[in-house]
Design a protein around this ligand. Sequence first.
Ligand code: HEC
Ligand code: HEC
Ligand code: HEC
Ligand code: HEC
Ligand code: HEC
Ligand code: HEC
Ligand code: HEC
Ligand code: HEC
Ligand code: HEC
Ligand code: HEC
Length: 321
Amino acid sequence: MKSHIGGLLLLLGLGLPALAQTPPEKPPEIPATQTAPAAPVTPAAEPAKSEEPAALPACSDCHADQAKTFGANAHAHGKVKKGEVPNALCESCHGDGKAHIEGGGDKEKIYKPVGVAGANKTCLACHDISTDRISRHAGMHANSAAVNCLTCHSIHASEPHAPHLIVKKQLALCDSCHMTQVSSFRNKPYAHHLGRGGMECSSCHEPHGRPGAESLRTTSAGEAPCLACHADKRGPFVFQHGAIAAGSCTTCHEPHGSSNPKRLKRATVAQLCIECHSPIGSANIGSQPPSFHNLSSPRYQNCTTCHVAIHGSNRDPQLLK
Ligand code: HEC
Ligand code: HEC
Ligand code: HEC
Ligand code: HEC
Ligand code: HEC
Ligand code: HEC
Ligand code: HEC
Ligand code: HEC
Ligand code: HEC
Ligand code: HEC
């Protein structure tokens, strides 16, 4: 009996003009009083059993909002022709829509990917390729109730001015969970300028990357992300500064912005250098400055006025040029 009503609804639906996304208060329906008794299955009601099945209405007939923008979605690539959205495309995420359509748009009869369950079932069905960039199961933002594909991405309601279907502009997106880092970029006087169309958090971090090492991007040679842009600091130098050979850029620089010029970790250059080049203290890992360096004299406090090639030199072992 149910299916007969469905069939009738379907016929009715076919005769209707395309519904707007928000369907009328009452979906098209036949008053119950009329349907129940007076619905004999005329041959006309099920005409196509043996021949071609009657075409179902298109998803786009009723969901104009989702359909009209879909041509620009990466998921529609090459599949939307002359504005026609094939049902199969919508069904690649929503599953078979036949029962939903025959039910006149019955909400209970169509699948909508939501939350971590939706991300696991739907998004990972296609995106679970095991490259380092896309380690979706083991990533630092691996699918959980708190953070999953659908907290950061939306298929139909993404931020129009941001790439890759993200729900908000990237700085605002990351800010919803990592306020400390974002406010550091915003408030510290010496910081990279993010969110202005150039650099983003993802210039240094791979949001889908593996945990540990803060999921930093590396250059193709496996170096710190900084070198992708600051290639002049890469070397190789004939005389490498031991600090760089030993550690990374963040031994001396604050990646999220600093109160100190050149984004240094310490307020003065001398403080920074003395942490490793100290005449006192036994834990120093660099050589001691020679004794003519009178550290109480202002002349010697800005070490880089003389040691100008602080990142490495091809000419001078003392990094003086
Ligand atoms: C790549 C997967 C995918 C494809 C393809 C897709 N959808 Fe969706 N759809 C979703 C997800 C995920 C949601 C949940 C809301 C969101 O993320 O935007 C959704 C939600 C919806 C909703 C509910 C509206 C809401 O805001 O909750 C409708 C209606 C819908 N989709 C219709 C369609 C139609 C029509 C098509 C074909 C033009 C389509 N979808 C193609 C993934 C998809
Ligand atoms: C005859 C009109 C009609 C057709 C055709 C139609 N839908 Fe719907 N759809 C509706 C109505 C009505 C709703 C309920 C809207 C509501 O309650 O907000 C709905 C709801 C949905 C939802 C949201 C479900 C939820 O849980 O919120 C999705 C997803 C959806 N449709 C996808 C599709 C897809 C995919 C197709 C094509 C295979 C399709 N629809 C074809 C009328 C239709
Ligand atoms: C049926 C397979 C399939 C499903 C299911 C699917 N995707 Fe995709 N997705 C693709 C393909 C194919 C591309 C395009 C890749 C390309 O153009 O290189 C893509 C591209 C993307 C992009 C990049 C968009 C851009 O503009 O760069 C994002 C983000 C994305 N998908 C997220 C999702 C999310 C979130 C889900 C779960 C709701 C999902 N996908 C479900 C196949 C799928
Ligand atoms: C913490 C937020 C976040 C989560 C969680 C997330 N993404 Fe992304 N995704 C992003 C951002 C930001 C970008 C853009 C990165 C860029 O510009 O390089 C992106 C880009 C993409 C792209 C296009 C570029 C690429 O790397 O291929 C795809 C595809 C994608 N995401 C799919 C997914 C899928 C599938 C999931 C769930 C397993 C997911 N994302 C989870 C934030 C997230
Ligand atoms: C919905 C909340 C949420 C959003 C949005 C989010 N993150 Fe995360 N992020 C987390 C959680 C939870 C963890 C893992 C727990 C932890 O170590 O703090 C994490 C971990 C990280 C880590 C590794 C931290 C470490 O100590 O190793 C980095 C880096 C990171 N996120 C960057 C980003 C970037 C960049 C964005 C924006 C593209 C972003 N996150 C968006 C919740 C979020
Ligand atoms: C210039 C490169 C760069 C940019 C841009 C960047 N980060 Fe980082 N981030 C790093 C480095 C490097 C570390 C490792 C910390 C260290 O070595 O001191 C890190 C560490 C982190 C951590 C781990 C906790 C911590 O503070 O050490 C989180 C979370 C994080 N970043 C989030 C973000 C977010 C969110 C953004 C965007 C607002 C962002 N990062 C932008 C380079 C960057
Ligand atoms: C996407 C490219 C890019 C990446 C990655 C990047 N930077 Fe930069 N950096 C710039 C640009 C452009 C400037 C100059 C504009 C500005 O101040 O933001 C700059 C400026 C700087 C300055 C200040 C220069 C001055 O004269 O005051 C320092 C220090 C610096 N970066 C260090 C780093 C470190 C350390 C990393 C890695 C954690 C890094 N950068 C990653 C592009 C980048
Ligand atoms: C031993 C500490 C130290 C390390 C490690 C270090 N820097 Fe620096 N860096 C400095 C100092 C000190 C200055 C300021 C020089 C001055 O006073 O003019 C500076 C200045 C800079 C500047 C701005 C001035 C210029 O020369 O362009 C950039 C950009 C920079 N560093 C990038 C990097 C990158 C990228 C790395 C990692 C490869 C790195 N630094 C590692 C100490 C260091
Ligand atoms: C993280 C520790 C560290 C920091 C900070 C550091 N250095 Fe070094 N520096 C080293 C190491 C290690 C060497 C390698 C030679 C050694 O063991 O003495 C070195 C070598 C040098 C040399 C070459 C002389 C030699 O013996 O090879 C000079 C000059 C120098 N550093 C100056 C500076 C200045 C100036 C600063 C501050 C801007 C600074 N260093 C910050 C660790 C550091
Ligand atoms: C007025 C210029 C000047 C200033 C300022 C200066 N240095 Fe030097 N530094 C030199 C010269 C010249 C040498 C080489 C001495 C030699 O060849 O014996 C040297 C050598 C060194 C060496 C290498 C010692 C060795 O065993 O080869 C270190 C380490 C060093 N300086 C650290 C520092 C630190 C740290 C500061 C800041 C607190 C600093 N210098 C400030 C001129 C300066």
